[in-house]
Design a protein around this ligand. Structure first.
Ligand SMILES: [Zn+2]
Length: 94
């Protein structure tokens, strides 16, 4: 496989992902859930929906979701004391 194939495959995956998000947004529109945050239920601001019509979460919930894995890793490192100390320092640097 050459670089052109890799790029073509990556683009096809991105397009497939985008189509799934659009289908999911259309399904939410059909059953009246479109525009409500999937996490907290509050209406997603129209400005965000104009920029990301297939947004599933409000900005706050999306941000919390993105930092959650790092927080979970920090707890994991803390629970391991000295063994996790190196990982903890690496996580704090992020
Ligand atoms: Zn939310």
């Amino acid at each position: 496989m050459n670089a052109g194939d890799d790029i073509g495959l990556a683009l096809a995956q991105i397009q497939g992902d985008m189509l799934e998000r659009i289908d999911a947004a259309l399904a939410r529109l059909a059953d009246g859930r479109y525009g409500d945050c999937a996490e907290c239920g509050t209406p997603i601001p129209s400005q965000r929906l104009r920029a990301l019509p297939f947004a599933v979460r409000c900005r706050e919930c999306e941000a919390a979701r993105e930092i959650e894995p790092a927080a979970r890793l920090r707890r994991w490192a803390d629970e391991r004391g000295d063994v996790g100390a190196k990982s903890r320092r690496a996580l704090d640097a992020v």
